[in-house]
Design a protein around this ligand. Structure first.
Ligand code: X2X
Length: 358
């Protein structure tokens, strides 16, 4: 028998590697017909527009092969918004674009964004997302079977009601306010002497219509599409806490995607996130987000000045002075201290460091 000619080895290895590479590319990968995406609000909200954009971009970046379908308004959860992370982790739902509030039952670290009067500015939030805090949150997700892809935003939450101007902690006394069913929200409003009622978002609008509650709290990107002025005359812009959104995927399913698919989906999340964050901040950060939308996305805001827009609808919009903020900060300090412990001292220290030692 002839001796093996080892000179052909590099050729064999190359062919094998190429074969492997090809087998792992999106071309040969068998996609599911549809990847179900959970989100808590409808398509007309900025958050909803972010999900729509993500689905479009995924399709585009995978040459039409991958179909992400957003299921708006928590349809897949029958409204139970706090279950989203659990159902993505166990693979019943493929992926989500969700608020950190709604993720918090599975990832308690997400409550770092709900600490009262802790973050307060877009700049602080951006530093946290890019810093150790963001990494700690994504690491915690990885330990629970979730892959965090990128950030988007719901926004700094503002309080509205139909009884009176809220300017001082004592103005909160006895107000019946709808909050998300997350315990830190109950703690904050009880601490302030209000009467918080937890309710899923899907039931909240009916509650506003029927006058079951005096008010609620949500960011501009929710207040405008839901036309909160129909139910509440008073809004206080106090930036007391924020909910970023996270694009995330079931880990097991994600790990089986070929590298080029992962890359395409991650790029889609980054781009859709940038678009959606700019929508949420438009008119609240000077010209910055309006410019991003125009120059990068060729998009012109329908409501470029949300505060003026709400005032024109008859709302009284109140901004707090530093003294007023300090009074609320002092009044909610016990809740901050309690929840700093709940999320873990380590994460709290990281968050403060990210914000420059606040
Ligand atoms: O339920 C809410 O208030 C909402 C829509 O902002 C969230 O999903 C956190």
């Amino acid at each position: 028998m002839k001796k093996t000619d080892w000179r052909i080895l590099p050729v064999v290895v190359t062919v094998l590697c190429l074969g492997l590479l090809f087998a792992r590319s999106g071309d040969a990968f068998e996609f599911k017909k549809e990847y179900k995406m959970q989100l808590n609000v409808g398509p007309t909200f900025y958050w909803g527009m972010g999900a729509t954009k993500f689905a479009e971009l995924v399709k585009e970046k995978t040459g039409g092969k991958m179909n992400v379908k957003p299921y708006y308004s928590s349809q897949l959860l029958k409204g139970a918004q706090l279950k989203s992370a659990q159902l993505v982790a166990n693979g019943v739902i493929d992926c989500a674009l969700e608020s950190t509030i709604n993720i918090s039952p599975v990832i308690p670290e997400c409550n770092v964004f709900s600490l009262p009067f802790f973050i307060n500015t877009f700049d602080n939030l951006d530093k946290m997302k890019a810093g150790q805090t963001g990494k700690a949150v994504f690491d915690a997700m990885a330990r629970k079977g979730l892959v965090g892809l990128d950030w988007a935003e719901n926004g700094f939450r503002q309080v509205t009601n139909n009884k009176r101007v809220i300017q001082r902690p004592e103005d909160m006394k006895g107000l019946k306010l709808r909050v998300v069913g997350s315990p830190i929200f109950i703690d904050i409003y009880r601490q302030l002497g209000a009467d918080p009622v937890n309710m899923n978002w899907g039931d909240a609008v009916t509650a506003f219509q029927q006058g079951v509650v005096d008010g609620q709290e949500n960011p501009v990107g929710v207040l405008v599409p839901v036309q909160i002025w129909q139910y509440n005359k008073y809004a206080t812009f106090w930036n007391y806490l924020v909910d970023p959104l996270i694009f995330y995927w079931n880990q097991k399913e994600w790990n089986a995607f070929p590298a080029d698919v992962k890359k395409a989906v991650k790029e889609a999340a980054a781009e859709a996130g940038r678009f959606e964050i700019a929508l949420c901040r438009a008119g609240l950060d000077g010209e910055k987000s309006i410019k991003i939308l125009k120059s990068e996305f060729n998009y012109t805001m329908e409501v470029p000045e949300p505060v003026k827009f709400m005032e024109n609808k008859g709302m009284t919009v109140t901004f707090l002075s530093n003294t007023d903020v300090a009074a609320f900060e002092a009044a909610t300090k016990p809740v901050l201290d309690k929840w700093a412990k709940e999320i873990g001292e380590d994460l709290f220290v990281k968050a403060r460091a990210d914000m420059g030692g606040k």
